[in-house]
Design a protein around this ligand. Structure first.
Ligand code: ADP
Ligand code: MG
Ligand code: ZN
Length: 482
């Protein structure tokens, strides 16, 4: 009998915090792609002897926000520790991180799975600092310390995830929360959010935890799912032939989609953690924590519920819109200006609008089309001033060059006509021009009706009201039956 195996996954997520200065010094946090390398550094973030760290209060505030949003317990006392290891991107020889007394613990995040909503337990949320950035070209290696000391938040789950899809759902939901809280830019291609996945498999029904591998450098949702998928297959295969999976750290190669061994258990780091002697324990005032709680915005789950109840959207449609704060905001602004059903607003935004966003690469926040104008356009479709296809033309024009819907409709002569004599003329012409289709229709191939409607739309450049067209077509076709 084929033995089935169950994947067990726990995620560690690193997210850079959107502060103006670094975690322990006054250096500016800059864009890692565009800023000149090694210009935003000082003795503290390059680990010069004798330099002393000073904690960034804003970073703590943003971390507390995340902890609260994930329903964690926020500890009024937490401790910074030194995590010692050598690497060229870590000039100090240790990273300041929180270890056995983190800022926040025991939270949860709800994710959407095939079988409904599932709670993923959050083990801990703690503060640390980012490392420098190494890059390699030909025989050379380059190091940029601009990123060294940038505030970093680590969010660790319990091993509650059971598939690559669940891991992706968790990562997506967390990404959305970080954006809603405005604590992280969300620009995954800039490496501001990075994943590590711990993966093991066990026989279905077992409740023991087997040895896990930890997959490093997963920098996109796609890599995250692919890396996990590969590890599950690899480990399942080992167990199926009676082998044993060794605990190890693996890397992920984006071009092959495979993981490769980095170091085994024997070479595992011993970080020699000890409390950071240059920083006092982080003691938070309970009132300060409460004042941060008061600033929490409406989070994705709450917004989804409100979109369902206020706009009558389906859970699926609502969740699509709330998956991105900018998208949710844009939808809401269009909907508030529109007299059309929210369902129509949703389908224009999820359809044509998102197509434009994806194809143009423009960010939703940078869209110049006024929500009022978009709403007006949708209303013109609803009240049949223009047809759907014409509206797509107008929308594309407005997204690219601006302008007002009524004006563009007039300039392009796109107004829909429901005047029967105009449409009747087009109907008669289409039927006269296509005698063999008429014959087939009359012989029983009624699906051709839609084709005739399309021909009339074409010949009138989309101006004919489709419902009037259809009515007149049926009438005239019936007359031709005799
Ligand atoms: P470390 O601190 O050494 O990285 P932890 O025990 O803190 O290890 O766990 C790190 C992550 O690995 C957590 O997300 C946890 O849920 C997950 N994890 C722990 N054991 C397993 C396992 N057997 N299989 C899959 N994931 C695991
Ligand atoms: Mg780890
Ligand atoms: Zn510095």
């Amino acid at each position: 009998m084929q033995q089935t195996y169950e994947p067990i996954i726990g995620l560690e997520v690193h997210a850079e915090l959107l502060t103006r200065s670094k975690m322990f010094c006054g250096c500016e946090v800059v864009d890692s792609i565009t800023a000149k390398p090694n210009r935003f550094i000082c003795p503290v973030c390059t680990g010069q002897p004798g330099a002393l760290p000073v904690l960034n209060k804003k970073a703590v505030e943003l971390a507390v926000k995340v902890g609260l949003a994930l329903e964690c317990e926020i500890h009024t006392e937490s401790i910074f520790a030194r995590k010692n290891y050598f690497y060229p991107d870590l000039p100090k020889g240790y990273q300041i991180s929180q270890y056995d007394q983190p800022l926040a613990t025991d939270g949860k995040l709800l994710i959407e799975t095939e079988s409904g909503v599932k709670e993923i337990r959050i083990r801990r949320v703690h503060l640390e600092e980012d490392t420098g950035k190494l890059s390699h070209a030909d025989a050379h290696s380059f190091i940029d310390y601009n990123r060294s000391g940038v505030p970093l938040l680590e969010i660790v789950t319990e091993p509650d995830l059971r598939s690559p899809d669940e891991a992706k759902a968790y990562a997506t939901a967390l990404h959305a929360i970080l954006r809603y809280l405005d604590v992280n830019s969300g620009d995954m291609e800039k490496g501001v959010i990075r994943f590590e996945a711990n993966v093991s498999v066990r026989k279905m029904g077992s409740d023991q935890l087997n040895a896990r591998t930890e997959i490093k450098n997963l920098n996109s949702f796609r890599s995250l799912a692919q890396g996990i998928e590969y590890e599950i297959a690899r480990q399942t295969e080992i167990y199926s032939r009676g082998g044993v999976v060794e605990q190890e750290t693996v890397g992920f190669n984006e071009s092959t989609g495979k993981t490769y061994s980095q170091r085994g258990k024997e070479e595992a780091h011993d970080y020699r953690y000890f409390p950071e002697p240059d920083l006092p324990p982080l003691v938070l005032d309970a009132d300060w924590i409460e004042s941060i709680r008061a600033t929490l915005p409406e989070l994705p789950d709450a917004k989804t519920k409100r979109f369902i109840s206020d706009f009558g959207l389906t859970p699926l449609d609502a969740r699509f819109l709330t998956s991105d704060l900018s998208l949710a905001d844009y939808f809401e602004r269009v909907a508030s200006h529109s007299k059309s059903p929210a369902k129509s607003v949703h389908s224009w935004i999820a359809g044509e609008f998102m197509r434009y966003i994806n194809e143009s690469g423009i960010k939703i926040d940078d869209v110049t089309l006024l929500p009022e104008s978009f709403a007006k356009l949708i209303d013109m479709v609803t009240d049949k001033t223009i047809g759907g296809n014409s509206a797509k033309v107008v929308l594309s024009e407005m997204l690219q060059h601006g302008g007002y819907p009524a004006q563009i409709v007039q300039e392009k002569g796109l107004a829909q006509v429901s005047d029967e004599s105009f449409i009747q003329e087009a109907v008669t012409k289409v039927l006269n021009d296509n005698p063999s289709e008429v014959e087939k229709y009359l012989a029983g191939k009624e699906t051709l009706l839609q084709w005739f409607v399309g021909q009339v739309a074409r010949s009138t450049k989309g101006k004919a009201d489709p419902s009037v067209t259809r009515e007149l077509l049926v009438k005239e076709l019936e007359e031709r039956r005799r």
